[in-house]
Design a protein around this ligand. Structure first.
Ligand code: SF4
Length: 270
């Protein structure tokens, strides 16, 4: 199912693609003057159709879940259950559903694809080659993400500019042509400390691993705690080159973070 076009002014003759692009640009500018709750509320007002927030259950995403739930916004909350998450992630998932009285929809990898992957590279083959790691991320994350966003008109993420050099090139709202949707990053300009303070002030359920030096939490075998002073994402795929550390959900084939209308579906799955 294709997403419905975003709202456009009455009488407009703009194409759906152009209307998405224009709306994304307008929201990007508008979001500069709003706080994260205001951005989420405005996004919901401005975009018709399904909006999905993909949560990793990390602290930024927990803050956004709190904002969506307490503001009563009609935004779906979904997570990618890769099958390799920390036990603590499942605990915070359950406590979040209980605290806010909502359901976080799970998208799991295809069983046959996982079986073929493990048969090919072994259960932890991702440690041996970047290509093997990308293949694992493709099966366990990228393909399920495609199903999660299928038919969505909007996609919300917890990306922040100061998480990595890569992410500084992002914005508040962009049109992502490959998925034909508007991608919004409502806490893009927040620091980690702002997120931590917000979570504490509102008693947001957070993964206890954050207190043990796990700043960015992904799959258990691919995440370690970072030392004081290390970059936030240094604990993700730590055995690889710094330049190759995104999982494919937010970057293009050549490693650029997606921020414009140039992404094709094939590249998005690289
Ligand atoms: S983060 Fe690691 S375990 Fe998770 S999908 Fe990627 S390679 Fe596989």
């Amino acid at each position: 199912m294709r997403p419905r076009p975003a709202r456009v002014p009455p009488g407009s003759v703009m194409s759906a693609k152009t209307s998405f692009e224009s709306l994304a640009a307008a929201l990007d500018a508008e979001f500069q003057t709003l706080d994260p709750v205001g951005r989420l509320t405005r996004l919901r007002e401005a975009v018709e159709g399904r909006i999905v927030f993909t949560t990793s259950l990390g602290i930024e995403d927990q803050a956004i879940t709190h904002m969506i739930a307490t503001a009563g916004l009609a935004i779906e909350i979904a997570t990618l259950d890769t099958g390799r998450l920390f036990p603590e992630a499942y605990e915070v998932w359950a406590s979040t559903e209980e605290r806010y009285g909502l359901r976080i929809r799970a998208f799991s990898p295809q069983a046959q694809a996982v079986q073929a992957l493990v048969a090919d590279q072994g259960i932890n083959g991702f440690y041996h080659q970047v290509e093997a790691r990308k293949a694992c991320c493709s099966v366990r994350k990228v393909e399920p993400l495609g199903r999660t966003l299928n038919g969505a008109a909007g996609w919300i993420t917890g990306l922040r500019a100061d998480q990595s050099d890569h992410r500084q090139g992002l914005g508040f709202a962009v049109f992502e042509a490959g998925r034909a949707l508007i991608k919004a990053n409502p806490v893009f300009d927040w620091t980690r400390q702002q997120i931590v303070d917000f979570a504490a002030a509102h008693d947001v359920p957070v993964n206890p691993l954050h207190q043990k030096g796990f700043l960015s939490i992904g799959c258990a075998p691919c995440t370690r705690a970072v030392k004081p002073g290390e970059p936030e994402r240094a604990g993700r795929w730590w055995w690889e080159d710094e330049a190759k550390k995104e999982c494919g959900l937010h970057v293009t084939e050549d490693g650029r973070v997606v921020r414009t209308a140039a992404l094709s579906p094939d590249v998005a799955r690289a």
